[in-house]
Design a protein around this ligand. Structure first.
Ligand code: FE2
Length: 184
C-alpha cells in the first residue's frame, strides 16, 4: 500500500504531486536538481509528529517503497538505517538518484574509476569526495556516479528517489580491496 493513501494532502503527497507536475517526459537534464529542491522543501516542512512520518519512524524499516509512479516509472524509497549500516561502492547504471537525510548522519563517498575498463570484471577506484548528509541535506547522483553510503549516526532516515526501477536496469558493484566489478 502506498503510504500516501494513509493521509490526504500531507507534505509527502504534496512532494509527489510537485514532482509529477515537473516530470514532463522525464528527460530534462535539470530534473535531478528540481527533485533535489522539492525534497529539501518536503524535509523542511515535515514534523516528526506528522502521522506519515511518525509511522515511518516507529516502524524503523531498513527499506520501504513509499511511492511508485505507474506512468513515469520513478520510485520514492524510505530507509531507516542503524548506525554503521553501509554498502560497497556501486553505480545506478543509466538512472539518477537523489538522496536526502531526515535524521541521523549519513556519509556518501564518491569515487572515480582509475582503470581503462577494458579488462572484464576488473576495476580500480579512488575516492574523490565525501559528502555529509545531515538532516535536511539532499544531493543528486547522476548516471554513472560511483558512490557508497555509511550511516555514521543512527538511526539515519534517508529518502532515496530513483528515476527508474533499479531492478530493471544493468548496474555494477565495485570491490576496492579486490579490484573487481560485478553486476548487481
Ligand atoms: Fe546508491
Amino acid at each position: 500500500m502506498a503510504i500516501s493513501a494513509l493521509a490526504e494532502g500531507n507534505s509527502f503527497d504534496r512532494y509527489i504531486s510537485e514532482i509529477r507536475a515537473v516530470w514532463g517526459d522525464g528527460k530534462d537534464p535539470n530534473l535531478p536538481f528540481k527533485v533535489k529542491s522539492l525534497m529539501e522543501k518536503m524535509l523542511a516542512s515535515t514534523s516528526p509528529d506528522d502521522p506519515w512520518m511518525a509511522q515511518l519512524i516507529s516502524e524503523g524499516k531498513p527499506s520501504r517503497e513509499l511511492y511508485r509512479a505507474p506512468d513515469h516509472g520513478f520510485i520514492q524509497m524510505g530507509h531507516v538505517h542503524k548506525q554503521g549500516h553501509g554498502n560497497l561502492p556501486h553505480d545506478h547504471g543509466p538512472c539518477w538518484v537523489v538522496y536526502g537525510s531526515y535524521s541521523g548522519l549519513t556519509e556518501i563517498t564518491l569515487y572515480r574509476r582509475t582503470d581503462d575498463g577494458k579488462e572484464l570484471g576488473r576495476a580500480t577506484l579512488e575516492k574523490k569526495a565525501l559528502q555529509q548528509l545531515s538532516p535536511g541535506v539532499v544531493y543528486p547522483y547522476l548516471p554513472g556516479d560511483i558512490h557508497s553510503t555509511h550511516a555514521v549516526e543512527g538511526p539515519a532516515m534517508v529518502f532515496r528517489f530513483l528515476s527508474y526501477d533499479l531492478e530493471k536496469i544493468e548496474r555494477y558493484r565495485y570491490n576496492m580491496e579486490q579490484g573487481t566489478v560485478s553486476p548487481v
